[in-house]
Design a protein around this ligand. Structure first.
Ligand code: IPE
Ligand code: IPE
Ligand code: MG
Length: 240
C-alpha cells in the first residue's frame, strides 16, 4: 500500500454526480458531460485497482433517473454499451469482476445482454469487484430482499441482519467503508440505504468528470484520517 494511505477502504462507493452541470458550465450538452463522466470511470477504476481497493461501487443509473428526458436516458444507455465494448476485455485481463446492483431485467435488451455477457466473462476476476449500480434504488433493494426472504420460506427467527444481507444485491460483499458524492449535493439519493449504516461520508464540490486521481487521493486521505468507532468510545477503539 502506498505510504500516503495508512489504510484504504475495502469498499468504496461513489455517487458520480454533476455531469450535466459540468457540461452546461462549458457551454456543452448534458450528454457531453456524461461522455466525459464515462471516461472518468475508466480513470477511477484503474486507479482503485492499482491501489488495491477490493470493492468499488459506482452509481450509474438510479431507478429515479427514468424520469429524465428520453433522449438523455438513451444517451446514457448508449454510453454504457460503449463502456462495456471497450472495457470488458481489459477487466478480464486485469482480474476485475463486474457485477450489477439493480434490476437488470428492467434494462433495455441490448444493455441487459451485454451486461450478462460481461459478468460471465469477468466472473473469475479476483483483484477487484466493480459493482455498477444500474436501475438501482435502495428502497427497492430492501423491499426485494424482504420479498425474496419470505419466498425462501425462512421462519421469522431466522430473519437476522446477517441473513437479510444475503438477499441484497451486495450479497457476500463488505459494506462500503467510504461513500463519496461529487458535485456538492449532500444527499444519498436512494443509494445503498441498508449498507451505508456505518459508512464514512465524503462530499466534494468537484464535478464527476473532474474527479480525477488527485481528487480520489484527497478523498482517501480524508478517510484515512477518520476515527471509526462503531458505537464504542475512542479509548475502547484504541484498546486501552
Ligand atoms: C450524474 O450526473 C449522472 C447520472 C445521474 C446518470 P447528472 O446528470 O446528475 O449531473 P447534474 O447533477 O445534472 O449536474
Ligand atoms: C444520483 O444522482 C444518481 C446517479 C449518480 C446515477 P442524481 O443526479 O440522479 O440525484 P438527484 O436527483 O440530484 O438526487
Ligand atoms: Mg445529478
Amino acid at each position: 500500500m502506498e505510504q500516503q494511505f495508512p489504510f484504504l477502504p475495502r469498499h468504496l462507493a461513489i455517487i458520480m454526480d454533476g455531469n450535466g452541470r459540468w457540461a452546461q458550465a462549458r457551454g456543452l450538452k448534458r450528454v457531453d458531460g456524461h461522455r466525459a463522466g464515462a471516461d472518468n470511470v475508466r480513470v477511477i477504476v484503474t486507479e482503485c485497482r492499482r491501489l488495491g481497493i477490493p470493492y468499488l461501487t459506482l452509481y450509474a443509473f438510479s431507478s429515479e433517473n427514468w424520469k429524465r428526458p428520453p433522449a438523455e436516458v438513451a444517451a446514457l444507455f448508449s454510453l454504457l454499451l460503449d463502456f462495456l465494448g471497450t472495457e470488458v476485455a481489459r477487466m478480464e485481463r486485469e482480474g476485475i469482476r463486474l457485477m450489477v446492483l439493480g434490476d437488470v431485467e428492467g434494462l433495455p435488451l441490448a444493455q441487459r445482454t451485454a451486461l450478462k455477457h460481461a459478468m460471465k466473462r469477468t466472473a473469475q476476476g479476483r483483484d477487484m469487484t466493480l459493482n455498477l449500480a444500474l436501475n438501482y434504488g435502495g428502497r427497492e433493494e430492501i423491499v426485494r430482499a424482504a420479498r425474496r426472504m419470505a419466498e425462501a420460506g425462512l421462519p421469522p427467527e431466522q430473519y437476522t441482519e446477517a441473513r437479510f444481507a444475503d438477499f441484497l444485491y451486495t450479497q457476500g460483499q463488505p459494506d462500503p467503508d467510504l461513500l463519496v458524492r461529487t458535485s456538492g449535493e449532500l444527499r444519498l439519493s436512494n443509494y445503498l440505504l441498508y449498507q451505508c449504516a456505518y459508512s464514512e461520508f465524503y462530499f466534494t464540490p468537484v464535478a464527476w468528470p473532474d474527479f480525477g486521481v488527485d481528487a480520489l487521493h484527497e478523498a482517501l486521505r480524508a478517510y484515512a484520517g477518520r476515527s471509526r468507532r462503531f458505537g464504542q468510545t475512542q479509548e475502547q477503539v484504541n484498546g486501552c
